[in-house]
Write a protein that binds this ligand. Structure first.
Ligand code: HSE
Length: 427
């Protein structure tokens, strides 16, 4: 007789609703291809009318988490509520009743992975979270299995669709940030309060999970340098474009001899880089391993059915495997004291200035760069001047972040020029 596996879904909003749809519509397909009958046995949602409107039969609508986790027909609990409130309590309740959990919750995994994994281990349950990072793009399974042979040295990702949509609009049509954000909100990409996306929090949660897995050590999201896109101007995007660069909000992880370097910030990359053509709400992760060299995964990082693809992939894995894989490192709340983190990281820089138009000013300016050991690659004059000052763009060689901060402070304190913007550049 074919094995039957019961699933409960907690929260049937965008992702949970897509998960219900995929599991229901593909039930026969999975019976044929996976030799397992995966049945949605229970759904919990405060909004019963919403659940029924997407086809959830009233008889499987539960009225409490206790009813779900004590239901003997439920083997796997899918959490698609989000956030760190009830979602955490519900997941712990499920694990403590011996149910395997599949979650799409990046904030919860990034902040409480250690607690959840401890409960999963104690109860010999699976804890799967493919959908927590980069939606439908199978990056977690790739890190867990596909590239395990490698020491991963670098990872660069466009892991947030909302900001990628906004930056693509600013790049392609010259829109200003505020207008591009409004359009993203109108299309339902950006939330009414866009903070989590535009200030880079969402990307840091994802980078914390991905870099912990890639580098086999706990990388708490608090260790990640974070700068969002609110201050990005379409002027800089346009100048960068003319000079052969595309601006992206990148999540960058590096495992170097000096330690682990993790950062999320707007970054110029050469327009010929494969990540430069990842546009709109699409996401991608580009990683480098010591054996495989470069690997790039591309696809939909959000959305109902694309994210349900990741959730249901985990459900199928859990339904068809009896062995359970946990993290490959000591999963504690904080970083391992032995892990070093690089804070004064090195990067190349794009610096836009308005410069006094007087003899000798350029020599004095470049003197400041030299004083702090910041080497200049290129100086370009772009755009209109202001109040008699000339617009200049300076590209630097790779240099320490603190040296650039010193240069910027020194220039701004002088009467030679004012710094208009500073953007990191990755090759
Ligand atoms: N708000 C996220 C994004 C969706 O814009 O990519 C899924 O994490």
């Amino acid at each position: 007789m074919m094995k039957k596996v019961g699933v409960a879904i907690l929260g049937v909003g965008v992702v949970g609703g897509g998960t219900f749809q995929t599991l229901t519509e593909h039930r026969e397909f999975y019976r044929q291809t996976q030799n397992v009958d995966i049945v949605v046995e229970s759904v919990l949602d405060n909004n019963r009318a919403r659940a029924m409107s997407i086809g959830v039969p009233e008889e499987i609508l539960a009225s409490s988490i206790a009813e779900v986790v004590t239901n003997p027909a439920v083997d796997i609990v899918v959490e698609t509520i989000g956030g760190c409130g009830v979602a955490k309590d519900f997941i712990l309740a499920a694990l403590n009743e011996g149910k395997t959990v599949v979650t799409a919750n990046k904030e919860l995994i990034s902040k409480h992975w250690h607690d959840l994994e401890r409960a999963a281990k104690r109860n010999s349950c699976g804890l799967y979270f493919e959908a927590s990072c980069v939606g439908g793009v199978p990056i977690i399974r790739t890190l867990l299995d596909g590239v395990q042979a490698n020491r991963i040295t670098h990872m660069m990702g466009i892991v947030n669709g909302t900001t990628n949509y906004i930056l693509t609009q600013m790049t392609q049509s010259g829109a200003e940030y505020a207008d591009a954000l409004k359009e993203a909100q109108r299309l339902g990409y950006a939330e009414f309060d866009p903070t989590a996306d535009v200030d880079g929090f969402d990307a840091t949660y994802k980078l914390s999970i991905l870099s912990s897995m890639a580098f086999h050590t706990k990388v708490p999201y608090t260790k990640i340098f974070r700068e969002g896109i609110r201050e990005v101007s379409s002027k800089d995007i346009a100048f960068g474009k003319e000079l052969g660069y595309t601006l992206k909000l990148l999540a960058i992880g590096k495992n170097t001899e000096k330690g682990i370097e993790v950062r999320v910030h707007p970054t110029f990359i050469p327009s010929s880089h494969p990540l430069a053509s990842v546009n709109d709400s699409y996401n991608a992760v580009f990683l480098t391993g010591d054996a495989v060299e470069d690997v790039m995964l591309y696809g939909r990082g959000a959305g109902s059915l694309p994210t349900s693809s990741a959730v249901v992939g985990d459900v199928i894995f859990a339904a068809t495997h009896s062995d359970i894989k946990y993290s490959t490192f000591k999963n504690t709340a904080t970083a391992d004291p032995k892990t070093k983190f690089v804070t004064n990281f090195e990067s190349a820089y794009y610096i836009r200035l308005l410069v006094e138009d007087k003899a000798g000013v350029l020599a004095k300016l470049t003197g400041i760069f030299a004083k702090y050991g910041v080497s200049i690659v290129e100086i370009a004059q772009k755009g209109e001047g202001e109040n008699g000052r000339l617009p200049l763009i300076i590209f630097t060689h790779k240099t320490a972040e603190n040296s650039v901060k010193n240069v910027v402070a020194k220039i701004n304190a002088s009467d030679l020029a004012s710094v208009q913007s500073v953007i990191r550049v990755e090759a």
